[in-house]
Each structure stands twice: as C-alpha cells, then as structure tokens.
Design a protein around this ligand. Structure first.
Ligand code: ADP
Length: 666
C-alpha cells in the first residue's frame, strides 16, 4: 500500500481524500495557494506545501510545482481529486515520469476520452449506443448544416474539447444554424484552443444518468450502478441521487453493461464515470439512453454511490493505485436503499445565484443527520478564486422519499452568514411535489423559476422573537428614560410603551416595523427586562428557527436562509443618510483602510480604498459617527455589496450596543 500521498487539490475533496488516507495509515501532504494558507485541507494534512499565488493558473494548475512539492515532501503518490489537473493526461504522464504513483487511469485512457468526438467514435465502435449525430472531421459550415438537417432539429452544437457546460449551442431552427455554429466555434477556440465541433440530436427534457465504473491493473472492471444527476442549473449539477428514479432492472443491466464495455474499450484503471443522456419522455428505456462522455476521475457526486453500495471509493482508488485488485467483484456489489446529495454553494438566491464570497462569520452545517463533506469551517473564507462549493450534504435512507426528507432537513438546518448559500433554494426543491414524484429532467430548475426561490425575509414568528429579544436586551437602558419619545434616540424606536408594542428593526439597509402582538410578549416587553436573556432565548425562538446573537443584532435562520436583524438606529444625522453601512460598489481589492474600530469620523472622511478594474475608489463617511464595524483589512479581495465598514451615529449614546458588537462571534 502507498505510504504517503500528496493531494493536488483543495476544499472538500482534499479533506475527503485526507480522511480516507488517514484511515489507511497513509501520510498526507497538502498543497496550498496564498488564499488557502489557513484552509481546512491545510490544517488537516500531516504536512502542507505552499505552491504559489491564489490564481489557480499560478498554483493548483501548475503541474511542475505539484511534482516538486511531492518530491520535496517525500510523497510517493499524487491524488488529483476532481477538477484542476485531474483529467490532464500530460500531467499524469509527468507524474509517472517523475517516478511517482498517479492515482488515476493511464494517461492514454484520459487522452482517448478527452475529446468528445473521438470518445464517441470509440464508444460506437465498442458497441455503446451514442447520441445520434455527426462527429466527423469535416468542419465545413455548409456540410455541417446539411448534417444538422439530416439529424433533424433541434440540434446541439458541441465543442469537441468543451467541458463544464461550456462550448454548447442549442439550435432550434435551420435559419439559426450558421450563426450559432460561428459563435460556438469562436467560444471553442477561445476557451479550449480547438474550434472543432460535433452536432448532436438535441434531446428535449433529457435526464442525465451516469454509471460509476472501476477498473484495476489486473484486468477487472466492475460497475457500481447508476446515478441520476438530472437536477441541473445551466448544465451544472445541483442535486444527485442513486439509484435513478424509475430505473427498472432490465434497463439498468443493459446500461451498466454498456458502461463496463466503454471502460474496457480504453483499458480503464481506477475510478471513472460514463455519462449518458436519456430521452425519458416515455420513461427510462434502454434504446433511448446514449453515451455522452466519460469522466476519467472521481466525481463530485461519488458519495451517493458509496452510500448505496457501502464502499469507500477513495479507498478503492488508493488500493488500485497500490497495485491491489478491486476489493469487491461484480457479484458482491448490490444496491441498498437510496442516497441523495445536494451541493451547498456559496451563491445568492436573491441575485440569480451569483457566487457569494467573503468570510464565513457564522456557519452551522447540519449535525447528527446524514453525511457532510465540507472543506470549510466557521471563520474560514469563501474565496473568489475557486469553485464556490461550501459543502456536500448527503443523506442515505431505505427509500427515496425518506432520503429526500432527510436531505431536506439537512438543508433546512444549514446556517451561513454573511456569505449567502443556496440552502434555502435546496429546501424548496426538496419539498417540491414534482421532484418527489421523480419526474425530473435537466430543465426542471429553469421551469420552476421563482417557485423555488426561498423567502426573502424572516417569518413573522421569527420577527416577533427578535423584537422581543431587542426589547429585553436594550430595554433596561430604555427604561431609564421616562419618555417614550427619547427611546428613538437610542436607536430602538418604540412608538408606544403600552401594548401593542411597535418597534423598528434594521433588516439589510431598510427599517422593518414590527408589532409585538402576542399578549405574553407585549406584556413581557418591559417587565421582562429583569429576566435573564438566556432563559428567554430558548423559550421564544419559534420552532424550526434558530436565533443567535451576531454583531449588534441577531442572525435568524429558517429553512436554510439566514438573515441579520438589529435594532434600527435612528438619529437626526443618521436618518436620510442610510444606515451607515458602507458596502463595496463592485468586486475589488482593499488597498487601504484609513480608520480603526472605534475611531470617531466626520462626514466626508476617507474610510476604505478599493481597487477594482485598475481604478481606485475611496469610500467616505456619509455622516459623523464612530466606526462600529470594520469588516475588511488591506489586501483582502471583496465581492460586490460585501460590507466594508459601518459607521454608527452618536454611538456614545449606546455604550451597550458597542460592547455587544465586539462579541459578534459568540
Ligand atoms: P460538459 O462536458 O460541458 O459537461 P456534456 O456533454 O457532459 O458537457 O453535457 C452537459 C449537459 O448538457 C448534460 O448534462 C445535459 O444536461 C446537456 N446535454 C448534453 N448533450 C445534450 C443533448 N444531446 N441534448 C440535450 N441536452 C444535452
């Protein structure tokens, strides 16, 4: 067995590989870029080697640096994970040439499957059904147009070197063909350095079904059944499951046999995935499932296969790379129950799922249920340099319905702030009746549109609870002022002292009026000032919500969505000049921070300077006040709209608020 292993990757997959290596007694070596100096995979590895700047092109994608790191650290083998260099045949070859063990297939297998047209031709020759289409050498536009007509519209033009959902054009009618072809070829030569395309029949409402295969160096090849990855957003997988809903035994047997034939055609060694596309308009039928491509590496979604087969595929990879035979034969493999995985991405549902980066000030991943593969912990950063995946949530249960329900609970338990995640979206998707029925295809997310958008604000019950907490926390201070009118000076605006109590909470930039309606809460509003907040915290939090103190307010998490609420600070200078929170107007680099926490600043004073698109922009105070929050430091990369600094007007009137603000992380 391999004794020491360098993991040429980062994030959850590096951590996941380290866990198995540790189980097998293998010494682990991590590699990291500048941005990842304190990352979880670096903390977990036995040793770690710095390989350069944050941009992947200068670190994780530089094969020579990875090999040098392996040699310097005495690592015997290299595991590429997925992405980065995992499907780079030249890198695999140079690992082998350096006398190291490559945890992956032979470079020749990677090359054979690297181009979509060559792979399809190879598969067709091996008797594997391929999507109807043209995949030849002739790239003359007129000829390709004639081919498209023969295949029948709609057709898909695909760059043969494409990947990651890029380099594809759907053409619905003949008149659009020539223009789409030109645009696809332009993108292909720009992105992949190869303008060759193939034409495929476009399957409307297709399902993405893939088969996990595994080979060893003794000539054994097995399959570990199928996964369904049909729930996609813009051709990117979001939820994956195994087995595929609606797959009958006969169809499964045919499909998996075709996958093994495909792997055999390239003498496959290690973990691989044969991706198929299925026209499921009349259910899953063997004669309507076609080869799409082979991924010559471990897939992101491998845990669902591990769950239903009771295997550890990284262990299999390491055993095979060490020269051992596959741990199980085909007869020993069976499907047990149903497993489903969701990719928890740092992205903002309210902004078209754009990536959301920054510090993970508050992060609670589900506990006590399912499997969580994560590469970050609270206090870490989601960097703009890499894939915005925070974690994978996986649930395994006897039935699909139970697996979905369990994963739904996991998504609902997720809390994250100020980075936004798709957890709330996942909760909606997993609760959807169409998804539950298993009638899924790659267009389902797009068709659901706003229906799967999570609530943009906390529930009324949660608002009540926060209002109540605000009263409790700031009440004693308020109580010292006999006139209700004076309360507004203290930021917490109470219009009436008697029931019903109305107050304002800051939600984002805007004030939110809340009326404490429950009799108990209203009665308690003043009287409860003396009771301990701890006692109150648990009793008033509505079922299914979580409320934790953060900064000068509270984080409210419900159904995967986390919102920040704080007492609304109103004052003469403040009103009309915004909340005092200064956000980045665009993504950029912090090149100067001109103030410190607690500094008194005057209107117009320079606070933070950003550099974006080679331009400098100074952000200034909108009114006199005190620096109540400083969220960035020099050298930090910030996303558009991320909080930089917050100025609080007349903070000296609110000593308890400032104190509370410093205990943000409790
Ligand atoms: P990439 O290598 O970029 O991932 P794939 O060939 O694997 O590209 O296709 C990615 C996705 O595009 C598939 O999962 C499917 O959703 C869609 N797709 C691919 N080929 C077809 C087709 N012929 N008809 C309809 N959709 C397709």
């Amino acid at each position: 067995m391999i004794q020491s292993l360098l993991i040429a990757n980062r994030g959850e997959i590096a951590c996941r590989i380290i866990r198995t290596a540790r189980k097998l007694g293998i010494r682990t070596v991590g590699v990291y870029s500048e941005a990842d100096a304190g990352a979880m995979h670096v903390r977990m590895a036995d040793t770690a080697v710095h390989i350069g700047p944050s941009a992947p092109g200068e670190s994780y994608l530089v094969g020579a640096k990875i090999i040098a790191a392996a040699q310097a650290s005495g690592a015997e083998a290299i595991h590429p994970g997925y992405g980065f260099l995992s499907e780079n045949a030249a890198f695999a070859q140079s690992v082998i040439d350096a006398g190291l063990i490559w945890v992956g297939p032979c470079p020749a297998s990677i090359t054979a499957m690297g181009l979509k047209d060559a792979a399809k031709a190879l598969m067709a020759a091996a008797g594997v059904p391929v999507t109807p289409g043209y995949m030849g050498e002739n790239q003359e536009p007129g000829f390709l147009e004639a081919q498209a007509a023969q295949i029948g519209y709609p057709v898909l033009i695909k760059a043969v070197a494409g990947g990651g959902g890029k380099g594809m054009r759907l053409v619905e009618q003949p008149g659009d063909f020539v223009e789409s072809l030109a645009s696809c070829q332009r993108e292909a030569s720009k992105s992949f350095g190869n303008s060759h395309v193939l034409i495929e029949k476009y399957i409307t409402a297709p399902r993405h079904i893939e088969v996990q295969v595994f080979g060893d160096s003794h000539g054994n090849i097995v399959h570990l059944f199928e996964r369904d990855c049909s729930l996609q957003r813009r051709h990117q997988k979001v939820i994956e499951e195994a087995p595929a809903p609606g797959m009958d035994e006969a169809t499964r047997a045919k499909l998996c046999a075709a996958a093994v034939r495909a792997a055999r055609a390239v003498d496959y060694v290690g973990a691989g995935t044969i991706e198929f596309i299925a026209d499921a308009s009349e259910g899953l039928r063997a004669d309507r499932i076609w080869f799409m491509e082979m991924n010559t590496r471990l897939q992101v979604e491998h845990p669902v296969t591990e769950a239903i087969t009771g295997t550890d595929l990284v262990e299999w990879q390491l055993r095979v790379a060490s020269g051992e035979a596959l741990p199980l034969t085909q007869d020993q493999l069976a499907i047990s129950g149903h497993a489903i995985e969701a990719r928890l991405y740092a992205e903002d549902p309210a902004r078209g799922m754009l990536p959301s980066t920054g510090p993970l000030t508050h992060l609670r991943l589900p506990g006590g249920i399912g499997r969580v593969d994560s590469g970050v912990a609270e206090g870490d950063q989601v960097s703009p340099f890499y894939d915005p995946m925070v974690a994978k949530l996986i649930h395994h249960a006897p039935t699909r319905a139970e697996a979905i329900a369990g994963l739904g609970q996991m998504a609902a338990q997720t809390e994250c702030w100020p980075v936004k995640t798709n957890a709330g979206f996942l909760v909606c998707a997993l609760a959807d009746a169409d998804f539950a029925s298993g009638v899924i295809d790659t267009g389902l997310i797009a068709r659901k549109g706003d229906a799967w958008l999570p609530a943009a604000a906390p529930s009324d019950a949660a608002l009540q609870a926060v209002a109540y907490l605000a009263l409790q926390k700031f009440g004693p201070q308020i109580g010292t002022n006999s006139l209700p009118g004076a309360w507004s000076q203290h930021g917490l605006r109470l219009n009436q002292a008697a029931s019903p109590v109305r107050l304002r909470l800051a939600f984002g930039e805007a004030p939110l009026e809340v009326e404490l309606t429950t009799a108990a809460a209203a009665d308690a509003s003043i009287a409860a000032c003396d009771t301990s907040i701890a006692a109150c915290d648990t009793s008033i939090v509505p079922c299914g919500s979580s409320i934790v103190p953060c900064g000068n307010g509270w984080l409210v998490s419900e159904a995967g969505q986390t919102h920040h609420l704080a007492p609304w600070r109103a004052s003469a200078t403040h009103e009309g000049a915004g909340s005092g929170a200064i956000h980045a107007p665009m993504p950029g680099l912090v090149i100067a921070v001109s103030v410190a926490m607690g500094d008194h600043v005057t209107k117009g004073q320079k606070l933070v300077t950003l550099e974006a698109m080679k331009m400098e922009q100074a952000l200034i105070a909108a009114f006199d006040g005190v620096v109540a929050e400083l969220a960035v430091s020099v050298g930090q990369q910030v996303e558009a709209d991320s909080l930089l600094v917050r100025i609080e007007a007349h903070a000296e009137l609110l000593p308890h608020v400032a104190t509370n603000g410093t205990s943000a992380s409790t």
